[in-house]
Design a protein around this ligand. Structure first.
Ligand code: THU
Length: 127
């Protein structure tokens, strides 16, 4: 059994976060392989990309546009941080919906596993 959450935590170690100091890692299962990503920030803040999207786009770029599971870990969220600080952002939820089914299992470190449609009900889809 592939430990996607462990892969997500490991991916966070490479995060480039000189501005927020908030490392995030993600790992995706696609085509039977694991693809991971971390958040990469930029001095022009809006150019920052999240860990989840980096992981998903790595899978797509490798020829695996159908994702079957995803895990993410906000490793720098404090123990007493608001629960929202552990959750995937809205943009990443929409990107998950592009490449994953409504019942895509999303594993969130320190929260649990839930289907994508619990995180993004009635997602916008054209396919
Ligand atoms: N971040 C992610 O990587 N994923 C999310 O779902 C939420 C936010 C990153 C973006 C930025 O580098 C840092 O966390 C603080 O917002």
């Amino acid at each position: 059994m592939i430990d996607l959450l462990a892969a997500a935590r490991r991916a966070a170690e490479a995060a480039y976060v000189p501005y927020s100091h908030f490392r995030v890692g993600a790992a995706v299962l696609a085509g039977g392989a694991v693809f991971s990503g971390c958040n990469v920030e930029n001095a022009s803040y809006g150019l920052t990309i999240c860990a989840e999207r980096n992981a998903i786009f790595a899978a797509v770029a490798a020829g695996h546009p159908r994702i079957t599971a995803i895990a993410l870990s906000c490793v720098d969220a404090a123990a007493d941080a608001p629960p929202g600080s552990l959750m995937p952002c809205g943009a990443c939820r929409q990107v998950m919906a592009e490449f994953g089914p409504p019942d895509l299992p999303v594993t969130i470190d320190r929260v649990g596993t839930m289907p994508l449609d619990a995180l993004l009900p009635n997602a916008f889809r054209l396919t």
